[in-house]
Design a protein around this ligand. Structure first.
Ligand code: PEP
Ligand code: MG
Length: 583
C-alpha cells in the first residue's frame, strides 16, 4: 500500500513508531430488530443488567487505579459514572424499548445519537467535547450487550512486540487508556478529540505520543500497518517508505538520547553562566505528583492546584473534602518534598475547572464567581481549607497562594480570614507556622497594573500567565476558535510580565511565573532577561528549562531583552526572541 499522511491535533509530544492495533467500535456491529410484546420486559432487564455491569466495571477500575495514575483520571471516570446514572442514559432507552419495541442495542444507540446531536448544537467547546464521554459510556454498555467483552483485545506476542504497537481507534475512553497504559503501548491515534478531550489530557500526563482529531484514521488505517506518530507536529504517517522510517527512527533515537542527557542534570544546581541562581519549581495537582517533581530535581512545589482534591467527587461522594482529608493531602505533599517549599494554592474553581457540586449558571463563567471570589462567598468552606493548609505548615515549609485577586478589599478580606483560621487553630491547640508566607497569583490585568496594592500586603507573587493572557487578550483559553489569538509574545503581555517582575524586585517581593510560559524553553531566556528568578512548571519541562538556564548569560540577555521590551511590532519581537536564542 502506498504511504499516506494524516493531519490532526498534537496533544502530546514525542515520536512513536509501531504497527497499528485497531479497536473497532461496538456501534458498528449493532443489530437492529423489533421485539415481540412478551419479550419486552426481558429486553428491558437485559439493558438494565448491562448498565449495572458497566457500573461495576467503572467502579472497579476507579478503585484499582494505581497510585501513579494521572490525577485527572479518577475525575474522568467519575464523570462516566455520572453519565451512566443519568436518566437520559439509564432510563430513556428503556422507554424506547417499551414504546417502540426496539431491541436493547438499537434503543441505546438511538438515544446516544439523539444526545450526540443535542451536544453538536452546544456552543461551548468544552461542553461540546463532552459528547465523546457519552459515546464512550454508550460504547461500554454496547460491548456488554453484544458480549464483545474486553475493550482491550490482548494482542498476541511478547511484551516487547506490544510496546511497539500503536492503538488506532475512533475514540478511547480514559478508563480504557489506563488499561492500555499497563500494557505499555507506544502511542495513540483517534478520529475524534481535541486539545481538551479527556483522552488528550490523559495521554499528555502519561507522556505517550498521541494524535487526536484525525477524522477517519480508524477507517483508513489497517490492522498491522506501520504507523509513525509525530506528536510534535500532530501528524501520522501510515506505511512510510523505508527512507522516511529510517529518518524517524534516527529522530526518535536522538530524542531518547537527549532525554537521557537531560536526566544527568537532575542534581546540577540551576545557575546561569554569570553565577545567578534560579529556582525551578514544579506544578502539581495531587500529592502523588511530588514523586515526579522530585524525580525532575525540583527545588520545591511552586503551585499545588488544590482544586483537584475537590473535583470529580460526585460519583462516589457528593461532599467536599473535609478539613482532615484536605490536611492529610497537604501534609502528604509537604512531607514528600522533604523540607523543600510547597506552595499550596487555595481553591481555584470555576470556568474550565467546574466544581461538580456547584451548578454553573454564569453566562460567562471565566468572568464569574470563580476562585477567590467563590471562596469569599463561601466563608465556611474557605475557612476549612485555610485551616487544613495551615495545619500542614507544621510539617515543613508551606506557602499559601491565592488565585484571581484583583481588588484591595479581596486581599484584605482574605488576610482577615487567614487570621481567623489561625485563631481557630490556636484555640483548638493545633500547631501551624505562625509566619506562613501568603502570596497572590497575578493573573488579572487589573492586578498587574496595580501592583503597589499587592506588594504592600503580601509576601510573594506568582504570575499565572494562562489566565493573564486569557484576560488581557480577551480570548477564552479553552475555545479553539480563538486559539490562534493566544499569544504570549503580545507586547501587552510582555509589558505586564516585565512590569510585575520589576516592581517585585524593587520592593524585595519575590516573583515567580507558574503558568505554561514558565515551562516553554523558547521563552526561558526572555523571562530570565526580564529578571525572573523563579519558574514553576509541569515536572516534565523542568530539565529542559534547566538546560536553558545553564547555557544562559544574564550579562548578554538583559540588554537584548530590554530591546525586545521596547519593540511593539510583532516581527521585531519574534526576531528579538530568536536573537536571544543565539546568544
Ligand atoms: C495560570 O492561570 O497561569 C495558572 C497557573 O493557573 P491555572 O492554569 O490553574 O488557571
Ligand atoms: Mg489561573
Amino acid at each position: 500500500m502506498a504511504s499516506f499522511t494524516l493531519h490532526g491535533i498534537s496533544v502530546s509530544r514525542g515520536i512513536a513508531i509501531g504497527r497499528a492495533h485497531l479497536l473497532t467500535p461496538a456501534t458498528l456491529d449493532v443489530k437492529h430488530y423489533l421485539i415481540e410484546q412478551d419479550q419486552m420486559e426481558a429486553e428491558v432487564a437485559r439493558l438494565k443488567d448491562a448498565i449495572r455491569t458497566v457500573h461495576g466495571e467503572l467502579q472497579s477500575i476507579w478503585r484499582d487505579l494505581p497510585k501513579d495514575a494521572p490525577a485527572e483520571l479518577a475525575a474522568f471516570i467519575d464523570v462516566h459514572v455520572l453519565i451512566l446514572s443519568d436518566p437520559m442514559l439509564s432510563e430513556v432507552p428503556l422507554n424506547i424499548i417499551r414504546k417502540r419495541y426496539y431491541n436493547a442495542e438499537w434503543a441505546l444507540v438511538t438515544q446516544i445519537d439523539e444526545l450526540s446531536a443535542q451536544f453538536d448544537e452546544v456552543e461551548d467547546p468544552y461542553l461540546r467535547e463532552r459528547k465523546a464521554d457519552i459515546q464512550q459510556v454508550g460504547e461500554r454498555i454496547l460491548k456488554v450487550l453484544t458480549g464483545t467483552a474486553t475493550t482491550i483485545p490482548t494482542p498476541s506476542g511478547s511484551e516487547e512486540k506490544i510496546s511497539h504497537m500503536i492503538v488506532v481507534a475512533h475514540d478511547i475512553s480514559p478508563a480504557d487508556m489506563m488499561q492500555f497504559r499497563d500494557r505499555s503501548f507506544a502511542g495513540f491515534v483517534t478520529d475524534v478529540g481535541g486539545q481538551n478531550s479527556h483522552t488528550a489530557i490523559v495521554a499528555r500526563s502519561l507522556d505517550i505520543p498521541a494524535a487526536v482529531g484525525m477524522f477517519n484514521a480508524s477507517a483508513l488505517i489497517d490492522q498491522d500497518d506501520w504507523v509513525i506518530i509525530d506528536g510534535d507536529a500532530g501528524v501520522v504517517i501510515v506505511d512510510p517508505s523505508p527512507q522516511v522510517l529510517e529518518q524517524y527512527r534516527e529522530r526518535q533515537a536522538r530524542l531518547i538520547r537527549e532525554r537521557k542527557k537531560l536526566s544527568k542534570l537532575k542534581k546540577t544546581p540551576a545557575i546561569t553562566i554569570d553565577g545567578t541562581e534560579i529556582h525551578l519549581m514544579a506544578n502539581i495537582e495531587l500529592p502523588d505528583d511530588c514523586a515526579a517533581a522530585l524525580d525532575a530535581g525540583a527545588n520545591g512545589v511552586g503551585l499545588f492546584r488544590s482544586e483537584f482534591l475537590f473535583m470529580g467527587r460526585t460519583g462516589y461522594n457528593n461532599k467536599l473534602p473535609t478539613e482532615d482529608e484536605q490536611f492529610e493531602s497537604y501534609r502528604k505533599a509537604v512531607v514528600a518534598m522533604k523540607g523543600r517549599p510547597v506552595t499550596i494554592r487555595t481553591l481555584d474553581i470555576g470556568a474550565d475547572k467546574p466544581l461538580d457540586t456547584a451548578e454553573q449558571t454564569a453566562l460567562n463563567p471565566a468572568l464569574g464567581l470563580r476562585a477567590i471570589r467563590f471562596c469569599l462567598a463561601e466563608p465556611q468552606m474557605f475557612l476549612i481549607q485555610l485551616r487544613a493548609i495551615l495545619r500542614a505548615s507544621a510539617f515543613g515549609k508551606v506557602r499559601l497562594l491565592v488565585p484571581m485577586l484583583s481588588h484591595a478589599f479581596e486581599i484584605d478580606q482574605t488576610l482577615v480570614m487567614i487570621e481567623q483560621a489561625k485563631a481557630q487553630l490556636r484555640t483548638a491547640n493545633k500547631r501551624f507556622d505562625e509566619a506562613i508566607e501568603v502570596g497572590a497569583m497575578i493573573e488579572i490585568p487589573a492586578a498587574a497594573l496595580t501592583l503597589p496594592l499587592f506588594v504592600k500586603r503580601l509576601d510573594f507573587l506568582s504570575i499565572g500567565t494562562n489566565d493573564l493572557i486569557q484576560y488581557t487578550l480577551a480570548i477564552d483559553r479553552v475555545d479553539h476558535e480563538v486559539a490562534h489569538l493566544y499569544n504570549p509574545l503580545h507586547p501587552a503581555i510582555l509589558y505586564l510580565l516585565s512590569n510585575t517582575i520589576a516592581i517585585g524586585a524593587k520592593h524585595g517581593v519575590p516573583v515567580a511565573v507558574c503558568g505554561e510560559m514558565a515551562g516553554d524553553t523558547h521563552l526561558t531566556r526572555l523571562l530570565l532577561g526580564m529578571g525572573l528568578r523563579e519558574f514553576s512548571m509541569h515536572p516534565s519541562q523542568l530539565l529542559p528549562v534547566k538546560q536553558e538556564v545553564l547555557n544562559s548569560d544574564l550579562r548578554l540577555l538583559v540588554p537584548q531583552t530590554k530591546k525586545i521590551l521596547r519593540a511593539i511590532e510583532p516581527r521585531a519581537i519574534t526576531e528579538g526572541v530568536e536573537r536571544l536564542a543565539a546568544l
